[in-house]
Design a protein around this ligand. Structure first.
Ligand code: GCW
Length: 718
């Protein structure tokens, strides 16, 4: 044994500890650090150090890799993996002959292509855990579920899990431009490095696919809906193919956005009219070219005739004409078209909230079978709170793809901690009454309400090339939550937060007790300090960061007063039957509820009604005082988050602790900015004081109105 002089030994020790890397968040929820509970660690070690995995596809290699890094990390011990079954504690099996010999054929037969079982069975006297599926992808999903159980320290006892996804299409939508800027992206540049593709496959691409597969996401739209036709040229398609090849073992299909005018821009045609034979022929040949390179290409996402994007209406055609032309060309390859319902008319409508329904409801029977209409959760635009979009339930014949926004365009960018599962759930659990009570949005989008064979959920990604992927460490939770809910929208926000925190930080109960409620309340907190009581679209112009109730330039339906309608009488947009009558787009049970000031839920009050400043709210406070109450409690809740976070200082990695601590300080500052700006602005109309039990704003409205910001992320220029 080498003997070291004491002083030298201390130096070596110091050097060694300083080499222990701080957690930079890159590993996301797939950290695979040693199990904290020592009793469980012993149990897991005796059960899982030897694993059998059959098959030899690329997906099976991915499974082996995950088991190798996952289990050996969690067990802090080398794990032996073999392809043949000889009394191992964990089996991962996909072939029907193995199912038969294990006596589980009946159970596995029931599974769909992406489903799996995790069961316990006595084999040769040994309690064995079996992950079984019909397909390799099912086994990969089952493997990630198994690892999650170990990561979250579950006991395997008489385990009996059967899982299948509730939707067929679970997609991320990247609003990534080819120059690597990301529209509404706050976590750096695009992770797609088009310059080095196709030759350089960044490890990040593989880790991206792993992360997505671990939560069941099975598709990714690589490019911005504000599309660039260049992506459809051979120069770029070869790069897209390289990504598709890298993702394939993980069951992640690649999709692209189709710029409607591509036949003119890159095809040399003089028109992009969807009913013109040469246009249809161009798309058919382009699509055949794509499939010859990427046989499992998923299809197209299209933003047409909205915010300046070209579309069929440029040629006097409608959305169905455009979507059908594209869908015909992808149909025989098994692809789909996702046609967005986020549309703007060239003329300013009486109520922007009514537009999508007005355009799409009449087309309900006109779309081909492989078309989704992709609908944002609410009728305006990813606000902190919106009532569910009236198209849910209203389209019966057309499958609807839900579009949620994971990136926080209207929720403080990547500096605010806002856990979005409660927002997603609120929408999914809303009852449309399309077929009577219980016709929830969840049942619309999983296809069960109207018996659709394709169903889906899309989430606008919050991912960039920041080391930790999402900027705010808690932004990762929103990516995670989206995937988990796309797989099963019945999961609760609590369960998802619990899983994510345990996997990302620690299983320490003391930590969970403090941080879980913080996450769960964070969305309501943001609503309170930004746009309580149904207020919406009050963000600053263009970049949407920070308050801008005074914004009154540009098209009226892009201004704040269009939405808040503040005047000497009161506040709010009258969408009831005495106003724009947007309520009529809902089924009667919902419409009646929203239509009356008395029955309209207060969280949507100013969305549907213009309410007098002295109107008496349920709390007994006047509308004005309630508004003050909400803004102040929102900002106070952020201060409380800071106090709570401080309590967990010693429980997690120091780098991550400090990162969140600093971001919470920014959030607290910005919550006060929101509160003061909004109240000072509305005070001009209410002419009432902010009750004097509240700390009074220390700046004037003019000060807030004159704040100027340059190069806010997420948009080009300025
Ligand atoms: O909310 C708006 C955003 C745009 C976005 C658009 C859309 C991609 O501000 O940046 O464009 O929605 O969803 O198409």
């Amino acid at each position: 044994m080498i003997k070291l002089k004491p002083i030298f030994a201390i130096a070596v020790l110091f050097f060694a500890t300083s080499l222990v890397k701080a957690d930079d968040g890159y590993r996301l929820w797939l950290r695979y650090v040693p199990v904290e509970d020592s009793k469980l660690m012993n149990e897991y070690r005796s059960q899982f150090t030897s694993v059998a995995i059959s098959g030899n596809s690329e997906t099976v290699s991915a499974i082996k890799n995950e088991i190798k890094i996952g289990l050996s990390g969690l067990l802090d011990k080398e794990v032996e993996i073999s392809s043949t079954f000889k009394n191992q504690g964990l089996l991962i099996v996909t072939s029907s002959s193995e199912h038969k010999s294990l006596g589980i054929s009946e159970e596995t037969e029931r599974l769909g292509n992406e489903g799996y079982l995790i069961i316990e069975k006595k084999i040769n006297g040994k309690n064995t855990i079996i992950v079984a599926s019909k397909t390799d992808i099912g086994a990969l999903y089952g493997t990630f579920h198994f690892l999650r159980l170990v990561q979250t320290q579950q006991s395997f006892g008489k385990i009996n899990i059967e899982e299948s996804p509730k939707t067929t299409h679970r997609l991320l939508n990247h609003w990534d431009n080819l120059d690597r800027t990301v529209e509404r992206g706050y976590a750096g540049f695009s992770i797609w490095d088009w310059h080095t593709l196709p030759d350089y496959i960044d490890q990040r691409y593989i880790d991206y696919a792993r992360a997505n597969a671990s939560i069941g996401i099975n598709g990714t739209v690589l490019t911005n809906v504000n599309a660039n036709a260049l992506i459809l040229t051979p120069e770029y398609l070869i790069k897209v193919k390289a990504l598709a090849d890298a993702f394939r073992p993980y069951g992640l299909k690649v999709y692209l956005t189709a710029r409607f005018s591509a036949p003119v821009e890159i095809g040399g045609l003089t028109t992009a009219d969807p009913l013109d034979a040469s246009v249809a022929a161009w798309w058919k040949s382009k699509i055949d070219e794509i499939y010859s390179m990427i046989p499992d290409f998923g299809g197209f996402l299209v933003k047409a005739n909205s915010e300046g994007q070209p579309g069929p209406q440029n040629y006097g055609r409608n959305h169905a004409d455009g979507a059908n032309m594209l869908s015909t060309a992808v149909a025989h390859h098994g692809g789909v078209v996702m046609w967005r319902a986020f549309v703007y008319d060239n003329n300013v409508p009486d109520d922007r909230a009514k537009q999508a329904y007005n355009e799409f409801k009449p087309l309900d029977k006109r779309f081909n079978e492989n078309i989704f209409v992709q609908v944002k959760n609410g009728a305006i635009d990813f606000q902190p709170r919106e009532p569910f979009h009236p198209l849910f339930g209203a389209l019966e014949h057309t499958p609807i793809m839900m579009e949620f926004q994971i990136t926080q365009e209207y929720l403080g960018c990547a500096t605010h901690l806002v856990y979005l599962a409660p927002l997603f759930k609120e929408c999914l659990e809303s009852d449309t009454y399309a077929k009577g009570k219980g016709s929830t949005v969840g049942k619309v989008i999983d296809g069960s309400l109207h018996n659709h064979t394709i169903s889906g959920m899309a989430g606008v990604a919050n991912i960039g090339n920041d080391r930790n992927w999402t900027g705010h460490p808690f932004g990762q939770a929103n990516w995670f939550a989206f995937g988990r809910l796309a797989w099963n929208h019945n999961l609760s926000s609590e369960q998802i937060a619990d899983e994510w925190l345990r996997m990302t930080f620690t299983n320490n109960e003391k930590f969970l007790k403090v941080v879980e409620p913080m996450m769960l309340n964070s969305r309501e907190t943001a609503v309170n300090y930004m746009t309580p009581l149904g207020l919406h679209h009050q963000m600053a112009r263009n970049h949407h960061w920070g308050p801008g109730p005074w914004v009154n330039v540009g098209r009226p339906d892009w201004t704040s007063p269009y939405y808040h309608r503040a005047d000497s009488v009161g506040l709010g947009f009258n969408r009831s039957s005495t106003g724009s009558n947007a309520v009529a787009q809902y089924f009667p049970e919902v419409s009646d509820k929203f239509n009356s000031v008395k029955t309209c839920p207060e969280e949507f009050l100013l969305w549907f009604h213009h309410v007098p400043w002295n109107y008496s709210m349920k709390s007994g406070r006047s509308l004005w005082n309630e508004l003050c109450y909400n803004y102040y409690s929102g900002a106070d809740a952020v201060t409380q988050m800071q106090t709570n976070w401080q309590k967990v200082e010693k429980m997690i990695d120091n780098e991550q602790f400090n990162q969140v601590k600093q971001l919470l300080a920014i959030q607290a500052k910005e919550a006060v900015w929101w509160r003061n700006s909004m109240l000072l602005y509305f005070q001009q109309f209410s002419k009432q004081p902010i009750p004097n039990n509240y700390e009074q704003p220390d700046k004037t409205l003019e000060y807030y109105e004159n704040l100027k910001f340059h190069f806010v992320p997420g948009i080009k220029g300025e």
